[in-house]
Structures are given as C-alpha cells and as structure tokens.
Ligand binder design. Structure first.
Ligand SMILES: [Fe+2]
Length: 318
C-alpha cells in the first residue's frame, strides 16, 4: 500500500507566536520525510523475500516502519492540535480532564512538565484516551515510539528540536508556552468524542455463569484489608491441590466434589467467596450450589492465579 499525505490541518497565518515559515518547514521537511520514509520502507517490506531474509533484517525494517508510521501519525495530530486560542476548554473536554487529572490546571501542569522533560531529548508529549479503562493519560513518546497499545492520541506536542528551533532557538520553555496558547480545544474535543465511541477490548464473558455474581480480586483484597468478615473457600479440584504448593491467605480448601460434607461449617450471616484455579468453572459451580442453599456466595473472577497476579498474599498449602 501507499500511505497518503494529509493536507496541513491548521492555518499557519492564524497562529499566535509561531511563524508560518516554521510550520511550512516542519510540514514539508519533517512530516513529508516521515511519510516518504514510511512509503519507502513499506515498499521494501513488500518486495522482501521472506524465505531468505535474515530475521534481524526484517526486525530492523519493522522497527523503522513503526517509527516512520508513528512519526507520520503524530505529525498529523500535531498540526491538527494547533489553531485555537488554547484557553477555552469546551465543557465535555474539561469534564474529562477534571475526571482523570483532578482539574484542567493539573492536567496542564503535568503535560507541560512532561514536555519540558523532553527538551534536551527527542520525543512527543501526547494526551491519549485508553478505551480499556475509559480514561485519558499523558504520555511521552521518545523516538516516535512507546505509544500506548490500543490508546487513541488526541493531542500531540512535538518536542523534537526541528519543531521549534527556527523560531525559538533553544528556548523550549517559550515554545511549550506558545503551543499551549494555540491549542485548538474544539478539535481536541471532537477527537475525544470520537475516541470514547471506540469499544474497549472484549472482556471474558462466561455466558453459562452469567447469572452468578462475581467479585474481582481487587475487591476481595480491599475487603480483607478493611477487615470485612468474609468466608473464603478455595474450591480447586482435589487432583489439582495435590500438586499445588500455595493457597490464598485467609482461605480454606474444601473439596468441591463434597460440598455436603462441609456446607454445615459455613455461616449464613457472613458473605462467602469461592474460587478455583482460573475462575472458569468449579468456583462458579460451587458458588451456585451455595447460593441455592441460601448463602450470600460469589465467585472470585480469575481464581487462584488472578489472586497471585495482583500479588495477593499466599501461604503454604498444608
Ligand atoms: Fe516534527
């Protein structure tokens, strides 16, 4: 494929304190070069004989392709970030910044500090929306890389020297302040509104256990930390526990095949949490059995390994 050039988004003559000459040079030379490099690399990769190309050659070309593609995309976003007065953050965008940073000022301080830190380096300060968590995050991307997987950048500040040297010399601080004064917030908000429509990655859905209430390992950890009375049952199958070495702290192992033998030990006044190895079947089934018997039972999503993955305390399984 051939990547297409995007026309310059902002109107250089309307910018406040950034000269058209700088924007023209930046667009023509740096953005243009990134796009041309990207197309050259794409062509080289297309023509490559996969059977005879050494792995390290392919690896290098793919790294260069990523850098050229990110440079192209971030430059397009950079030019699309400019053209406003930088001051009036529209309502929906302001609310999102308050939600994720505490206040618009706190976002601004962090973004400026992040950009300032790149002044003697090379990279981008980027405001990115992450659909997985439904939140915004400031990030730096040095060498046109380190973009957040699945993240959607909505505002980008180019901190490569070529982006400011012509007008500002080495004065990166003045350049950053000028950029902030020229942010087109309406355009940023438009991109934010598009980004929030992107569905988060699909979560594990257990249709067969859809009606059984689950609890996350983080919630269980908070309950234990707060001293909330709770009965935790490790319901990993017997054959599994013979080779397992550890058990969640605060849990007791009970054989899921013999619920009738131990159900009488449980109290109905305290909630019960059950779990198995990965949280797929046995923990859910045990929770169903207990719920039918009138217990306030839930299964711990992700099971034993999810607990260990959040570094929840474990003890030796006796
Ligand atoms: Fe640039």
């Amino acid at each position: 494929m051939r990547y297409q050039l995007a026309p310059l988004f902002c109107r250089p003559w309307t910018l406040n304190g950034i000269s058209p000459r700088l924007i023209e040079s930046h667009y023509e030379n740096n953005y243009g070069n990134a796009l041309n490099r990207l197309n050259a690399l794409t062509e080289e990769l297309e023509l490559l004989d996969r059977a005879t190309t050494p792995a390290h050659v392919l690896g290098r070309l793919k790294r260069e392709e990523s850098a050229a593609l990110n440079s192209t995309l971030l430059h397009e976003l950079y030019f699309a970030s400019l053209g406003g007065d930088g001051r009036a953050v529209p309502e929906a965008m302001a609310a999102a910044l308050v939600r994720d940073f505490g206040s618009v000022d706190r976002w601004r301080q962090e973004f400026i500090a992040l950009a300032s830190g790149l002044a003697n380096d090379t990279g981008w300060a980027v405001l990115t929306y992450v659909p997985r968590d439904g939140r915004l995050i400031n990030q730096s991307a040095t060498d046109h890389s380190q973009s957040i997987a699945g993240g959607i950048p909505i505002l980008a500040l180019d901190m490569y020297e070529h982006a400011y040297h012509l007008d500002f010399g080495a004065n990166a601080t003045a350049y950053i302040a000028t950029f902030m004064r020229n942010i087109d917030w309406n355009a940023v908000q438009g991109r934010y509104e598009d980004a929030v429509k992107v569905a988060p990655p699909r979560r594990l859905e257990q249709k067969e256990f859809g009606d059984v209430p689950a609890i996350s390992v983080e919630e269980v950890a908070s309950m234990l930390k707060a001293g909330t009375p709770v009965q935790i049952i490790d319901a990993r199958p017997r054959h599994y526990t013979t080779k397992a070495q550890d058990i969640m702290e605060g849990a007791v192992w009970r054989d899921p095949e013999r619920v009738d033998d131990w159900i009488g030990e449980l109290s109905k006044t305290e909630p019960v949490i059950t779990y198995c190895v990965y949280g797929f079947h046995i923990g859910c089934q045990t929770a169903i059995t207990l719920r039918k018997a009138g217990f306030d039972a839930r299964y711990m999503a992700g099971g034993h390994y999810a607990w260990k993955a959040i570094k929840g305390p474990v003890k030796l399984l006796q």
